[in-house]
Design a binder for this molecule. Structure first.
Ligand SMILES: C[S@@+](CC[C@H](N)C(=O)[O-])C[C@H]1O[C@@H](n2cnc3c(N)ncnc32)[C@H](O)[C@@H]1O
Length: 224
């Protein structure tokens, strides 16, 4: 018992140091859990949404290095080409993952957040963000409910760190499928510590690429 609490205390300290380093070197503030916003302070519907808690930076990097990207230029960790993909963080909060993703040469990085306050925080972070290791010039914070988000053209990496429950997930996937019917392309769905990966697996178009303890990765369509 005493050993467990010592281990947990140590883990929390390490995590606080990692967060401090990430934020100081990027000039942003993305840590801290946030309470569920009142329904009047979100765009769209509050139902089925989860609260803000940022991912651990190392876990986001591990997932982004593991993507089944098509193409061979610009060498991703596995020889894929990030520049052929737009990265979308669904439920992006204060924007931490936008700044992690910007360290890869994605064509564009987009964050979709429905809370007014968190979106404002992300915009403020974007203004302050400065980092020599940045490799994606185009980062956009979109204030929207994931239910209503229109997916952009081109190949996509859709990142989800438990932003919402199965109802919103189904709506988002139905929108994605409609978009893919109109413009067939390669889509990767990457889920960290997923609670509802069964919803993604239940869609006929999705194939499992990899499942680890920390992340599940799915893909649809042909790699470019
Ligand atoms: C667990 S946090 C993940 C934050 C960030 N993506 C990360 O990995 O660090 C989930 C976020 O999803 C947002 N969210 C929940 N429901 C949403 C919805 N329907 N549309 C857009 N954002 C939503 C929450 O406000 C919160 O910021």
């Amino acid at each position: 018992m005493a050993l467990d609490s010592l281990k947990n205390g140590l883990k929390e300290r390490v995590r606080a140091c990692e967060d401090w380093w990430f934020e100081t070197t990027r000039h942003v503030q993305t840590s801290g859990l946030m309470a569920r916003p009142p329904a009047s302070k979100v765009v769209g519907e509050i139902r089925d949404s989860h609260i803000y808690g940022p991912v651990r930076v190392a876990n986001a990097h591990a997932a982004l290095r593991d993507l089944p990207l098509g193409g061979t230029q610009n060498g991703g960790a596995r020889g894929g080409d990030y520049s052929r993909y737009t990265f979308i963080d669904m439920g992006s909060g204060k924007g931490r993952v936008l700044f992690v993703a910007a360290e890869y040469p994605f064509r564009k990085v987009i964050g979709v957040e429905f809370s007014n306050d968190l979106h404002d925080d992300a915009v403020a972070n974007l203004k302050r963000y400065k980092y020599p290791g940045r490799r994606c010039a185009d980062i956009e914070a979109v204030h929207a409910d994931a239910r209503d988000f229109e997916f952009p053209d081109g190949n996509l990496v859709i990142y989800l760190f438990n932003p919402f429950g199965p109802e919103v997930m189904e709506r988002m996937l139905a929108n994605l499928e409609r978009s893919l019917e109109k413009h067939p392309r390669h889509v990767i769905v990457v889920m960290l510590w997923p609670d509802h990966s069964d919803v993604v697996e239940g869609r006929a178009i999705m194939r499992v690429y990899r499942k680890t303890r920390r992340h599940h990765i799915y893909e649809a369509g042909e790699r470019p």
